[in-house]
Design a protein around this ligand. Structure first.
Ligand code: ADP
Length: 482
């Protein structure tokens, strides 16, 4: 793409803001007449220069006092928290997430930076006796090296934060490529890091398409580790090419998260969990639940109440405080999700709410929250990740059948159960094949200080977030000293 207009937002390479001949317009999905900015697309040379700068900066950064790293992260965390209203509005404007959720995401990003500011100081090792006399063993952790970070558009602040903060905390240098549909949050984060005094080369921003900028990042010989969040197709192809080169990998690749509703569930809790899991953030969360599996004793009541609740959701401009459900992030996303509605109807699931694109006062990618019932476990709407405001309800003959249907997926990120039985809750916690289990809670909505990740095809490599983040962002050294 040739930049028709001057780029307003530049890449950050080797401590310098750098323009490019090509750029991408970032358009507000709530009002497509509103252009957030023009973002320079990094060339393969920009990416190569970012890696060279990162490699040069690595020794000084990784051997600097952890206090230096801690104070940098702390300053960024405080700035995010102080500016959360303004940056939340930016996130809502570029991605379409309602203001309340967008502001909460910026707050979470701030908390993540503050958390890893402390983690930088807590990187302790182990000492012990050797089997040989007069020899001590020291087990320490050190930076992995130059780390590539590739992020998706659906959490442009939080996911960026939970990769950037631990990478820098433990002494790595970073080349960061955000998603092409949501570069403004990444660019603002870079501004905050620069304002906080990040040394040149330690942190580099390369914006642009995955097929060119992302591919150049993944191909660079200086890449020591890659943390990626995105689609299964991209994650798998990155894994194929990088594992053979010995690049350390961490991949988060989505889910098809089940929410099981049992006969003994509190109906209000069950409907609330289904609405939040399925429709909030327009279903564009890898922890969203687009399949609800319901046992027979509560099925009819649940379907009736959920149908009413779905029809009452307020869809609108993400920047309006009364909006519950914003637009989809992009026209392509809307088309893909509408295709799934047609697929569900063709497969014979019963559409009881929504199903159409919405025309509102402003031109945007709006869609009605959509509910299918009587869906079968084998249908594509029950097995494929939709990533939109579409929920399908499947009938189960018993709790055991519901659990079996819940686990019948290649994915394993999050799984929820709604029940008032302690025995059922504990059974589900043990037997759900997922990295995260929610009891009487929506499948989406996680804390910032504990591990995040899944099993099966959802995730690969060490967990993100919390104290577990160091497993990916450090490597272990065992020293013998006489
Ligand atoms: P989504 O469907 O959520 O957009 P993608 O996997 O396409 O998921 O994108 C997630 C991130 O991966 C984005 O930053 C995107 O630009 C990047 N990406 C896409 N294709 C490639 C690729 N071939 N190499 C490296 N990064 C890529």
């Amino acid at each position: 793409m040739k930049a028709a207009v001057k780029n307003t937002h530049l890449n950050y390479v080797g401590g310098q803001w750098r323009d490019a001949s090509a750029g991408m317009a970032n358009v507000n999905p709530s009002d497509t007449r509103d252009v957030v900015g023009h973002f320079a697309s990094a060339t393969p040379q920009d990416v190569a220069d970012a890696f060279t700068a990162a490699r040069h900066a690595l020794l000084a950064w990784s051997s600097a006092s952890p206090l230096v790293r801690s104070e940098l992260l702390s300053a960024v965390g405080e700035a995010l928290l102080a500016r959360r209203a303004e940056l939340g509005a930016l996130l809502a404007r570029e991605e379409g997430k309602p203001l309340l959720e967008a502001t909460a995401e910026v707050q979470r990003a701030g908390q993540i930076f503050r958390f890893f500011a402390q983690e930088a100081l807590r990187l302790q090792g182990e000492t012990g006796p050797s089997t040989r006399p007069d020899v001590d063993v020291h087990v320490t952790r050190e930076a992995v090296g130059v780390v590539g970070l590739i992020t998706p558009w659906n959490f442009p602040m939080a996911i960026a934060a939970w990769k950037i903060a631990p990478a820098l905390a433990f002494g790595n240098c970073v080349v960061f490529k955000p998603a092409e549909w949501a570069p403004a949050c990444a660019w603002q984060l870079t501004q905050l890091l620069v304002a906080a005094g990040v040394p040149g080369g330690v942190f580099n921003l390369v914006m642009g398409p995955g097929s060119t900028t992302g591919a150049a990042l993944a191909a660079n010989a200086e890449l020591n580790a890659l943390s990626f969040t995105g689609s299964q197709a991209t994650g798998r192809s990155l894994a194929h090419s990088l594992a053979g080169r010995g690049v350390k990998l961490q991949l988060e690749m989505g889910g098809k998260n089940p929410l099981v509703v049992c006969d003994d569930a509190d109906l209000g809790v069950a409907v609330d969990c289904a609405v939040q899991s399925g429709f909030f953030s327009s279903g564009q969360r890898c922890t969203a639940s687009s399949r609800v599996i319901v046992t027979p004793g509560i099925y009819d009541k649940f379907v009736q109440t959920l149908t009413t609740a779905t029809a009452q959701l307020r869809v609108g401009d993400a920047l309006h405080s009364s909006t519950q459900i914003g637009p989809l992030a992009h026209q392509q996303q809307l088309s893909k999700v509408l295709d799934y509605v047609r697929i569900g109807q063709a497969e014979g699931a019963r559409l009881v709410a929504g199903g159409r694109a919405l025309r509102l006062e402003k031109p945007g990618h709006y869609m009605e929250p959509t509910l299918f019932v009587d869906a079968k476990a084998s249908m594509r709407i029950s097995t494929e990740e939709i990533f939109g405001p579409v929920v399908s309800v499947q009938r189960a003959s018993s709790y055991a059948d519901a659990l079996q249907q819940a686990n019948d997926t290649p994915f394993g990120l999050s799984a929820g159960v709604v029940t008032t039985s302690l025995a059922t809750a504990r059974h589900f916690q043990r037997h759900a094949q997922a990295g995260m289990v929610m009891v009487n809670l929506p499948t989406a909505g996680v804390d910032f200080h504990v591990p995040f990740g899944g099993c099966k095809a959802s995730s690969y490599g060490a967990r993100e977030q919390g104290t577990h983040a160091k497993e990916f962002y450090t490597r272990v050294k065992t020293a013998y000293v006489r």
